[in-house]
Structures are given as structure tokens and as C-alpha cells.
Design a protein around this ligand. Structure first.
Ligand SMILES: Cc1cc2nc3c(=O)[nH]c(=O)nc-3n(C[C@H](O)[C@H](O)[C@H](O)COP(=O)(O)OP(=O)(O)OC[C@H]3O[C@@H](n4cnc5c(N)ncnc54)[C@H](O)[C@@H]3O)c2cc1C
Length: 505
């Protein structure tokens, strides 16, 4: 046992600490096929006090600490940068602490998944509104708040999950424990409001990608699930990206409250059908872009009126065709809402081609910008064909450039998932590590290209947090301000060392 292990063993039972090489390797990756960082030690705390003691030990021993919730970050954020450090696995902290039904607030431990919280709430006819990310069956509430996650359902109506944050308990990098919002008044019994008692300090930790503190307790606003819902899916005509963007804008312009609205590009519909992902569209003669919406209401009349207004917008566009009402007739929207498809769509997409992994560029951008970003990605693919072909020659399969589903989110913005899918290091009698090198080069190139469209990154992890600095995308004063906050809270750069190029290499 290392000296570090022996120190941590004084805080937690040895059952929840591991230096085993197999376990360390199991925690060395997220979902991308490139980035790896093997932690020295894994710690699975049960509460804020244990985390506080571990962070004090980390500071005394100059050890970086990387926080992992569900481990679903696509940019390597929940594994070490380099082979080092303490990996804090939050998944033991998965309890529901309080349901305040009168005030519609739930308080949970940060390691609990969106799936588990919503399963519990469903018994009371309640839900979290924004259902977190599309990975919500495994991803944690703490990870979602650390990313401003959005996309797992309900995001056109409720926006990103950080919108419904009421209060946080956070262990600061030096080990102090604070609570925010209404809980900054020690006489407050239960969390009830985020804003007040001074500045919005909860906001500091929203989207921090695990560098400013460890979220341990999270209170969220929750909502009664409306009794009525309608869900429709449409096949679009030509130029489906442009048309879908017009539909999104029209919906916002006319102020119609939709729960979800999604566009799936032609290429994905085609490839997805070939790969057996979308059996409901197999029989479509023209496999063009798909658009769907889900709308909720408290009465049948309200539902009817909203549906009428939405259909008017969509069916007014050229060559749009409404698909049947049942899932088997093409109604993807019904599957998404009724059959929990909102938490399955992306898992299926990640497995689109066995062994191929997406190298994503997942970001927020205004509705009217994504058609030109997608067109530029086509151009990027042509410009990088030589490198892409090198992978094709080895594997026999050409990496695919394009976008995943595009979702209407807060305001007039969409969540744009784009990028390309590729292999990890490939073995066919010999290892082709060159693929990893090309992947990294291409991934950086696509991220830089998309950044220059002025998009906003929310999940930044290892890759994007460092890229923003490397390509000079942060205005100097903003970066210096962020650096000074980091230094004040975490002078030894313990938490997420290396992210945003704070501390480390
Ligand atoms: C199939 C699939 C679908 C996805 N769909 C979406 C989507 O629709 N929308 C979306 O936003 N993202 C999506 N993602 C990305 C990712 O799953 C989400 O962003 C998710 O919210 C991450 O949660 P997690 O618990 O897995 O966090 P992790 O990956 O474990 O961590 C994410 C970041 O937060 C930090 N962190 C985690 N827990 C804490 C904590 N308690 N305190 C402080 N910092 C913490 C970590 O250090 C890391 O930087 C998807 C990923 C996959 C694989």
C-alpha cells in the first residue's frame, strides 16, 4: 500500500479505496477512443465529510483529484489528465434526501442518476422537467450540473438542468463545506430559492467541469407532469437543415410552448436505417431529414390548440409529410416521450457502428446558425479526406462526419451534436496506432473549426477546456478572471488539474 493509501484509509474504509491496476485501468477512460489517464488510486466516498478529509490529504501531498459521476463526459473530463492522482467516484452518494412536495423541490446526493430520481418522482406524478442529458440512465445529477447538461428530454420547455438548480452543498478544494442560495441563511430549514443572501454562488459551480468544488448535495425544482401530451413526427423535404431551423425559429417566434423539438439530419436517418437503429423508418422511400415535436397540456382543449398551431407551422413548409401516429408507423416522437426513448436515443447512436466511437463537438448555438455549421463540416470532411482515407484503408470503413440529433433548448438556441465517428487503435493482426494519432489531429481540427463559428461549449472536460486556451478563444481578461477565481479557491490546483490549463502540463 502506498503512503497515500494509508493516509486515506484513516478517513474511509479500505473497502472503498483501491490501488489495484485493473480497477485503475477501469477508471482510466471516458467514452472517446483516444484520451486516457490512469489514476493512482480510486476513492468512493459516502459523504461530504469524507470528501473534505480526502481533499485536505490531497493538498498536503500535492495530489490532483479528478471527480467522476457517471463517467459519461465525451471530452475526457471524468478521468485524470496524465497518469496520476486520486479518482473520486461519486456513485456511492446516490440517495434521495428529501422530497418537499409542498414547494416542489427535491434534494439528492450528487452521485444519483437522472433515471433513478425520475423513477422515484414518477410515483408522485412529478418529474425534473429538463430530464438532464441523453445519458441520464447512467449520468449523475452532479455531472449534469457540472456540465449545464441538456438533451435528455424536456429541454425546449425547461432549458438546461442548471436552470432548475435551487441550492448546492459543495466541498471546496481546501476541504471547507458550504451551502448556497437560501441555505446561506443558517436559519433556513429547507432549500427553497437559489438567488439571494448575496451573489449567486451556486452559479459559480454550474458548468465548472469539476474544477471549483465537489458537489455533494443538490436541490432541484421539480414539476407536476402535465396530464395530456401529443407527439408527432414529420419527414422533411429537401434542404432539411434549413427547413428545420426555420421551424424551430417559427415555434419560438409564435411563443408556442413545446416540451421537445428535434431535427435528425438526412445522413443519420440513412445510416441509422442501414444499421437497424430506426426500424420505424425502414419503409420510407425517401430517407430525408426528420423533425418531431412533443407538446404537453393540462386540458384536451389546450393540447388541441397547441397541436393545431404547431402543425400549421410545420405542414406549411414544402414537401413535409406527417408520419403515422404509432411508433411502428414512424412516430419517433412517441417512442421518445412514452417509451423513455429520450434516454435511449443517444446510447443507440453511440453504438451505431460496432467499434466506431464518436469524436464529438457538442455545443450550444443559436437556431439560425447550425445549417451553415453543418455545411462547413461537409467542407471540413472534403479538406481532410487524405487523413480520413488513411483510416479507411486500414479498417475498410470510412469515418462518418455529420451531426447527431439537434434539439431546441433554452431561448432561441439548439444543442448541436456534431463531429465524426472513428475507430480507436485498430488490431487486424497488427496494431495500427496511427489511427489514434490521426483521430487526435482530426478531432482537434474539427473542434477548432466549430469553435470559430462562435459556439458555446458546455461539456469541456480535458479536451475542450484546454483547446479553448490553446487556440486563444478565451478573451484574455475573461481567462485571467477565471484563473484568479481558481487560484483563490484552489491554490494548489488540486481539482481537475490540467483542465483549462490550470496547474499541471
Ligand atoms: C450516450 C451519451 C449521451 C449523452 N447525451 C448528452 C446530452 O444529451 N446532453 C448533455 O449535456 N450531455 C450528454 N452526454 C454527455 C454526458 O453524459 C453529460 O454531460 C452528463 O451530464 C455527464 O454526467 P456524468 O455523471 O456522467 O458526469 P461525468 O462524466 O462523470 O463528469 C462530468 C464532469 O463533471 C465533473 N463532476 C462530476 N460529478 C461532479 C460532482 N459531484 N461535483 C463536481 N464535479 C463533478 C467531472 O469531473 C467532469 O468534469 C452524453 C454522453 C453519452 C455517452
Amino acid at each position: 500500500m502506498s503512503e497515500l493509501y494509508q493516509k486515506i484509509e484513516k478517513v474511509l474504509s479500505s473497502k472503498y479505496i483501491s490501488e489495484d491496476l485493473n480497477v485503475r485501468h477501469a477508471y482510466s477512460r471516458n467514452v472517446d477512443p483516444i484520451l486516457q489517464g490512469i489514476p493512482d488510486i480510486i476513492v468512493r466516498p459516502k459523504d461530504a465529510n469524507e470528501i473534505s478529509e480526502v481533499l485536505k490529504i490531497a493538498n498536503e501531498n500535492n495530489q490532483p483529484v479528478y471527480i467522476r459521476g457517471g463517467g459519461d463526459c465525451e471530452f475526457g473530463g471524468s478521468k485524470p489528465i496524465g497518469d496520476n492522482g486520486i479518482l473520486l467516484d461519486m456513485k456511492r452518494m446516490n440517495n434521495i434526501l428529501n422530497l418537499d412536495r409542498d414547494n416542489l423541490i427535491i434534494t439528492v446526493e450528487a452521485g444519483i442518476s437522472w433515471g433513478k430520481v425520475n423513477d422515484y418522482l414518477a410515483d408522485f406524478g412529478l418529474y425534473t422537467g429538463c430530464m438532464g442529458p441523453g445519458s441520464g440512465m447512467t449520468a449523475s445529477i452532479g455531472g449534469g450540473i457540472s456540465h449545464h447538461s441538456v438533451g435528455g428530454g424536456g429541454c425546449a420547455k425547461y432549458g438546461a438542468c442548471t436552470n432548475q438548480l435551487v441550492s448546492l452543498e459543495v466541498v471546496l478544494p481546501k476541504g471547507d463545506i458550504i451551502e448556497t442560495g437560501s441555505q446561506a441563511n443558517k436559519f433556513s430549514k429547507n432549500p427553497f430559492n437559489r438567488f439571494g443572501n448575496g451573489p449567486d454562488l451556486a452559479g459559480l459551480f454550474c458548468g465548472d467541469n469539476g474544477i471549483l468544488g465537489v458537489k455533494t448535495k443538490i436541490s432541484l425544482q421539480i414539476f407536476p407532469k402535465p396530464k395530456f401530451a401529443n407527439y408527432k413526427t414529420f419527414l422533411l423535404g429537401r434542404k432539411s437543415a434549413e427547413v428545420s431551423s426555420e421551424i424551430f425559429s417559427d415555434i419560438r417566434y409564435r411563443g408556442i410552448e413545446v416540451y421537445d423539438a428535434m431535427y435528425i439530419m438526412d445522413l443519420l436517418v440513412n445510416v441509422g436505417c442501414q444499421q437497424g437503429l430506426f426500424p420505424m423508418w425502414d419503409s420510407l422511400k425517401r430517407k430525408r431529414g426528420i423533425f418531431f415535436y412533443t407538446v404537453q397540456a393540462n386540458t384536451e382543449n389546450e393540447l388541441e390548440e397547441k397541436t393545431k398551431q404547431l402543425d400549421e407551422i410545420i405542414l406549411n413548409k414544402k414537401k413535409v409529410e406527417e408520419l403515422g401516429t404509432e411508433i411502428s408507423e414512424g412516430n419517433f416522437a412517441k417512442w421518445h416521450y412514452v417509451e423513455q426513448g429520450h434516454w435511449q436515443t443517444y446510447h443507440n447512436l453511440w453504438g451505431l457502428y460496432p467499434a466506431l466511437e464518436p469524436l464529438t463537438a457538442e455545443c450550444f448555438t443559436p437556431i439560425n446558425t447550425y445549417p451553415s455549421i453543418l455545411a462547413d463540416l461537409d467542407q471540413w470532411d472534403i479538406e481532410n479526406n487524405e487523413d480520413i482515407q488513411k483510416i479507411t484503408e486500414i479498417t475498410g470503413v470510412r469515418p462518418i462526419t455529420g451531426s447527431g440529433p439537434i434539439l431546441l433548448i433554452d431561448g432561441s438556441n439548439v444543442e448541436l451534436t456534431c463531429g465524426f465517428t472513428s475507430f480507436g487503435p485498430y488490431y487486424n493482426g497488427e496494431y495500427h496506432e496511427i489511427i489514434e494519432e490521426i483521430n487526435l489531429k482530426l478531432w482537434k481540427s474539427v473542434l477548432e473549426r466549430v469553435t470559430k463559428h462562435g459556439v458555446q461549449w458546455y461539456m469541456m472536460g480535458d479536451m475542450m477546456s484546454r483547446m479553448m486556451v490553446e487556440i486563444g478563444a478565451y478573451p484574455e481578461n475573461f481567462y485571467e478572471f477565471m484563473k484568479s477565481i481558481k487560484k483563490t479557491l484552489d491554490p494548489n490546483s488540486i481539482l481537475g488539474r490540467g483542465k483549462f490549463h490550470f496547474g499541471g502540463s
